[in-house]
Design a protein around this ligand. Structure first.
Ligand code: PLP
Length: 501
């Protein structure tokens, strides 16, 4: 099969020959992907050495090309079929969603046209469609007059929120723009306040912004949710010491418990202290689609900025996220002009160049994925699978709580369930915590190595625990029970045989 690189007509779109090559390549690529999904187990169980050995024979840049047909076959057999399959109902570890078919179709369309969202003349229709999508999202989160931009995900969206917060505070309080002149000496007093369960990317952003990770102040949680009482103590303490809590970050859906911080109360505190209020709704933002669960996000409309990920609970292929601003004019805090992309006259002439709203320059047309999915399924059609997974998480938690072999560690808020396998006996030389920690760690390793189910691990109070992230609407309670049975079996066997150190 062409192309082998010798005939440009077959290597690029735009001619009959190119169209034929593309059609055939996409068909074969589709078959290779389909062969790799829908298997009984979510993973082959291969370890790093197995992959290393298998791939060693494939030179990524041979002097002479091997031809596309052969390479697609190789990739299907040696990479895709040996990958974890997030579409498998027993792949329930992380916020790695099964991608929905409309999003996959949109991905193919977006990449074929290769629009770049930095300037109007590289993406006219796409620019406007992204903007319409952003307007719709603003409406969904109660932002009137809001604005936003698509991002690579929560990491980038969180950084943007804190970047704008830092710029605003430094300009207003110290009369200096960090963007232009770097941080003022007074910036030593700046503090970011969030719960101890906040995603690590908030600390990472503090480091990247030149504030430093130690300027992030963690507030204790109750069952994963920020404690308002503790927040008040922290804020008063900072204030008394002459420090400036310039940004308050709430999480709507923590990575482990799916907990949603008390958004209303936090919005009030932010207003009181003049702090920027950013809500990391990377995980929980999708609840806005559901009449039944939207109430859990009450108060989010008071945030200055919101991070939402579509590649999690919105079932879109990676990567796809958005950053939303309640007051679109705040983009001025980061906007810049490049003569070749968005010369100043353009804005006056009404030509939108989205580069001024983004940390990226060249940027994918990711907005097409949620657009196609939203329009194809409608809000109700989208809410249904999400609501199913929340019900499933509740049922799974009930099963775990009523089974003495398990210890349920929280009531689910969204669709994660954190628990532990409870060892039947404790050997004389170990504490219950140490033993539970080791057995649960080993159970997870064995599950992954067998490929029968993929569950996540996390630490709760320093003890290794297990986590099901039930994103997949095809996962049933029967799957959850089968995973519980597999965990119990591994646990019993490990207890009988002892744990290797
Ligand atoms: C996933 C996640 C992030 C990071 O987002 P990416 O899309 O992985 O960059 C941040 N915060 C929360 C709560 C998340 O779940």
């Amino acid at each position: 099969m062409r192309p082998d690189g010798r005939d440009p007509a077959e290597l690029f779109l735009g001619s009959e020959a190119g169209a034929t090559a593309y059609r055939e390549a996409m068909e074969r690529a589709t078959e290779a992907a389909l062969d790799a999904t829908g298997r009984a187990a979510p993973y082959s169980g291969d370890g790093p050495d197995d992959h290393e050995e298998r791939l060693a024979g494939f030179d990524p840049l041979p002097d002479e090309g091997r031809g596309l047909r052969r390479v697609i076959e190789e990739v299907g057999e040696h990479v895709l079929s040996r990958s974890v399959d997030p579409s498998n109902p027993r792949c329930v570890a992380h916020l790695q969603c099964p991608p929905a078919v409309p999003g996959l179709a949109a991905e193919a369309m977006a990449t074929a046209l290769n629009q770049s969202l930095d300037s109007w003349d590289q993406s006219p229709a796409a620019t406007l469609l992204e903007q319409r999508m952003i307007d719709e999202l603003c409406g969904l989160f109660g932002y009137d007059g809001g604005d936003g931009v698509f991002t690579g995900g929560g990491t980038q969206s969180n950084l943007m929120g804190l970047l704008l917060a830092r710029e605003r505070r430094c300009r207003e309080a110290f009369g200096r723009s960090p963007r232009e002149e770097g941080l003022p000496p007074e910036a030593d007093a700046l503090r970011i306040v969030c719960s101890e369960a906040t995603h690590f990317t908030v600390r990472q952003a503090a480091a990247q912004l030149g504030l430093g990770e130690e300027r992030v102040v963690s507030v204790p949680t109750n069952a994963g949710e920020l404690s308002v009482e503790a927040l008040d103590r922290v804020l008063e303490g900072l204030y008394d010491r002459g420090l400036d809590p310039f940004a308050l970050v709430a999480t709507a859906g923590t990575t482990d418990f799916g907990a949603i911080d008390p958004l209303e109360a936090m919005a009030e505190r932010a207003a009181e202290y003049g702090a920027w209020f950013h809500v990391d709704a990377a995980y929980g933002g999708a609840l806005a689609l559901s009449d039944e669960h939207r109430g859990k996000l009450a108060g989010i409309e008071r945030a200055d900025s919101i991070a939402v990920d579509f590649h999690k609970l919105f079932y879109q292929p990676i990567s796809c996220g958005a950053f939303l601003l309640r007051d679109g004019d705040d983009f001025e805090l980061m906007g810049r002009n490049a003569a070749y992309l968005n010369p100043e006259g353009d804005a006056e002439r009404g030509v939108p160049n989205l580069v001024s709203k983004s940390l990226q320059t060249t940027r994918r047309f990711d907005a097409l994925k949620p657009y196609v999915t939203f329009r194809a399924l409608g809000r109700e059609g989208l809410a249904e699978p999400i609501e199913y997974t929340l019900d499933l998480a509740e049922a799974a938690a009930e099963r775990l709580a009523s089974d003495p072999a398990f210890e349920l560690l929280h009531e689910p808020t969204i669709n994660t369930v954190v628990f532990r396998y409870r060892p039947t006996g404790i050997p004389g030389d170990a504490s219950r915590e140490e033993w539970t920690d080791r057995i649960n760690g080993e159970v997870r390793r064995r599950l992954l190595a067998s490929g029968e189910a993929i569950v996540a691990r996390t630490a709760v109070d320093g003890v290794t625990s297990l986590k099901l992230t039930l994103l997949n609407p095809r996962t049933t309670l029967g799957d959850v029970e089968a995973i519980m049975a597999a965990i119990r079996e591994h646990g019993t066997r490990i207890e009988a045989g002892g744990v290797a150190a």
